[in-house]
Design a protein around this ligand. Structure first.
Ligand code: FES
Length: 123
């Protein structure tokens, strides 16, 4: 539900920060953030979902958990690694107003949970 004074129903920031190869912190760009963000933007448009903005952002300072995104106004954080993850976020979060629990990042989370590591390349 959109609150009265919000410009967007959902404003999504996808980290696309890039660091040099081999940097100990890694970065979301090398983990595929940009094509997945572009996929998300295109899919939202194709589905006709209104009042949603998907922006690239700089480092969100949760690099070990990346690629990361945060969705406002709620400030819900997700990690994601595939178009299937993006599809779930669009359907469950944006269309149904729920959460994709397997991808959620908690406020105190420092490492990906086992279920979030599935199918990811090592950094
Ligand atoms: S590089 Fe993406 S959160 Fe830091």
């Amino acid at each position: 539900m959109k609150e009265d004074n919000l410009y967007y129903k959902a404003h999504i920031f996808c980290c696309n920060n890039e660091r040099p190869a081999g940097h100990p912190k890694g970065c979301c760009k090398e983990k595929g953030a940009e094509p997945l963000r572009n996929y998300m933007k295109t899919k939202i448009k194709e589905l006709g979902i209104q009042e949603v903005r998907v922006n690239l952002s700089g480092c969100l300072d949760r690099c070990a958990l990346g690629p990361t995104m945060v969705i406002y106004p709620e400030g819900v954080w997700y990690t994601y690694a595939s178009t299937a993850d993006i599809d779930d976020i669009i359907e469950q979060h944006l269309q149904k107003g729920g959460r994709v629990k397997r991808l959620l990042l908690t406020a105190d989370q420092k490492e990906l949970r086992d279920e979030q590591k599935q199918g990811r390349q090592k950094n």
